[in-house]
Each structure stands twice: as C-alpha cells, then as structure tokens.
Write a protein that binds this ligand. Structure first.
Ligand code: NIG
Ligand code: FE
Length: 347
C-alpha cells in the first residue's frame, strides 16, 4: 500500500496535439525556435480558443481519469492556452466543472501569462492581466463562481521578464491566489530570488537556477517543482536537485502534461527523476507525494497516509513499492486499486 500520488504541475486543458512539432524537434529545432515561428504554445492557443467548453471538458475528463488510473489523487491544472480574458475564464470554468466529475482533487491555476498574445507586446499583455484579467477573476472567485488556487507566469526571455512576472504574481497573490510559477527554465534570470522574496509556494523547472536562487528558496520555504519529462523532451540540462536537497529546499515532481510533454503518469516521472535527476526512489516518492502536496499548499490533507488526512491510497500488486518506479511504463499492472477519499475507484 502506498499513499496516492500528487502531480504538482500540468496543463491538461487543450485541443489539437503537436505531434508534428515532435518531429521538428527531433530534426533539430529548439522549443523557442518553434515558439517564435508562431507554433508551440501559440499553436495550442489557436486550437483551444476555437474549441467549445464541452469538447475541452470531455478531453480533460479523459486525461484526468488516465492520471487517476496511474495513481494520481491530487493534481494541479493550469489555464494558459486562452491568453485573452474570455478564453482564460473558459478554461478555468472547464477545470471547475471537472472538480465534481472525477475521482481526484484539483488545484487550479490561472496562467494567463503563459505567452504573449501575438497581437500584443509583453507590456500590453501585463497591463491587461493586471487591470482586467485578475480583477475579473477575483470577482468570480468572490461570488463563488470559480475557485482559483494559484497564479502562474512563464518568466523567460521572449515571454514575461522578471519585473512583469513580479507584478503579475503580486497582484494574483493579493487577489487570494498562491504563487506558483515557471522560472529559470531556459535562461538564468534570477526569478527564483524574486519568487522567494514574494513568498512563492512553488517554482517549476529551475534547470538554470543559481546557487543564490537555491539559498533564497531554502530561506523562504519555496518548493522546487522538477519536471523531468520536459528536460527529457527538450534535452535540457536537468535541474540541480541534489544541490537543492542539500540546501534544504523541498523538491516536488510534476508530469508537466501538455502538448509538448505528453505524459500523464507520475510513476514514469518518478523513474525519469531517478535516472535523469539522480534522485533515489525514496526521494522520488517523497517528491511525488508530500512535497508535491506542499507545493500546492495541501499537505495538511494530502501527500501521506496519516490519521486526519484523506484516505487517498494505492494498493499494489508487486513484491515491493519500488516496482512502481522500476517497471517503466507498466505501472498500471503494478497498481491493483486506487482509493480516493476512502472509496475504491479502480480495481
Ligand atoms: O511547463 N514552459 C512553459 N510551459 C509549458 C509548456 C507548454 C507548451 O509548450 O504548450 C512547460 O513546459
Ligand atoms: Fe508548465
């Protein structure tokens, strides 16, 4: 028996896959080459904006059920393929509707600053987010129509810079959301220090984080969310999780499920974390349970089997729990049942 897994970072609401871009990357194109050509996130934004709520909800529910069958009982779900207010709210509404329809807990994230819309500058987009998006979402939250748990930005060269990201995260926090953002992925911008200063719950990616950034995160108790599927897909150098652990930063794991990194299964992420990030299986388990729950501010009810917490657990059909990590791609054979809030979901 094992505690239910927690996936600390996903982008599960979208239409239109990007298998053609996988081929482009294999032929040598970088993630940012494709983004700057109008593909990548922009390609998914076009397709997601054209899709209706019903279609998006139906694919989201399928994906969430697959995650649950792979052992996930708490998952973070981002918006971020709408970019304009109408489509961002559409995505958040789709996530809201999924909450009562699937046997797992959702932590929702407003990620309107996932890319700069094609017809705007980053400055204009930041202004829209600060003056129109977040106030509107806050009013939907206050009237009980939406629950939004986290605020996110993609802080990166060619996307939102550190000052713009800081402003968005601060206003999101003031509106009642936890700070949880993409930082230090492709370039060292020192967004880890900025996030730590704002009291971020979590920062994801961190391949390029500096030693000072790690120290700042340790001091502020900010969780580092490592995303090995993305480092693998984009052949990035892995984030320095060993240094983070040594400095006292809690390291969590996320699948980063999105059209670029199409992985729904945390046991596969745990295997990649062991091999690529040099984590032990024990560390990967802590990262995919209690530390991920901590990244989402939900460790009081999720992430471990303790009296008073939800009864979210996995029953395993294997000689030891380590087989869940070791049997790459065979995790559904290892998991014989998933229990969510005391109820058996899959057998
Ligand atoms: O976490 N880096 C930004 N966001 C996602 C990718 C989203 C996409 O490519 O559609 C990530 O890897
Ligand atoms: Fe992401």
């Amino acid at each position: 028996m094992l505690t239910g897994l927690v996936d600390a970072h996903t982008h599960p609401v979208w239409a239109g896959d990007r298998v053609h871009e996988f081929a482009m990357k294999l032929a040598g194109a970088t993630y940012m080459d494709i983004h700057q050509m109008g593909g990548g996130i922009h390609f998914t934004v076009n397709n997601t904006c054209s899709a209706n709520e019903e279609t998006l909800l139906s694919s989201l529910l399928t994906r969430l059920r697959q995650m649950n069958q792979s052992g996930t009982t708490l998952v973070e779900c981002k918006s971020g393929y709408g970019l304009d207010l109408e489509n961002e709210v559409k995505m958040l509404r789709v996530i809201e509707q999924a909450r009562t329809r699937v046997p797992l807990e959702i932590s929702s994230t407003y990620c309107g600053a996932h890319a700069v819309p094609k017809n705007k500058t980053a400055e204009e987009a930041t202004k829209d987010i600060l003056e129109s998006h977040i106030p509107h979402i806050k009013s939907l939250m206050s009237s009980g129509l939406l629950r939004v748990d986290n605020v996110d930005v993609f802080c990166e060269v060619g996307v939102f810079d550190v000052a713009q990201s800081r402003a968005i995260l601060q206003v999101g926090k003031d509106a009642g959301m936890q700070i949880n953002f993409h930082g230090e992925e492709l370039n060292r911008l020192h967004s880890a220090e900025m996030g730590a200063e704002l009291g971020a719950h979590a920062i994801s990616h961190l391949e390029e984080v500096s030693p000072a950034g790690i120290t700042a995160m340790a001091r502020s108790g900010t969780v580092a969310v490592a995303l090995p599927t993305t480092a693998y897909m984009l052949r990035l150098r892995p984030p320095p999780v060993r240094d983070m652990i040594q400095q006292g930063v809690a390291v969590a794991l996320g699948s980063d499920f999105n059209p670029n990194a199409h992985c729904l299964a945390m046991p596969i992420v745990m295997n990649l974390a062991c091999v690529m990030l040099h984590m032990s299986m024990q560390e990967a388990l802590a990262a995919a349970t209690i530390n991920s729950a901590q990244a989402l501010g939900q460790s009081s009810m999720h992430g471990s089997l303790e009296k008073g917490k939800w009864g979210n657990l996995l029953l395993l059909d294997a000689p030891t729990w380590e087989h869940l990590v070791y049997q790459l791609g065979c995790h559904t054979n290892v998991i014989s049942a998933v229990v969510f809030k005391g109820e058996v979901i899959h057998e």
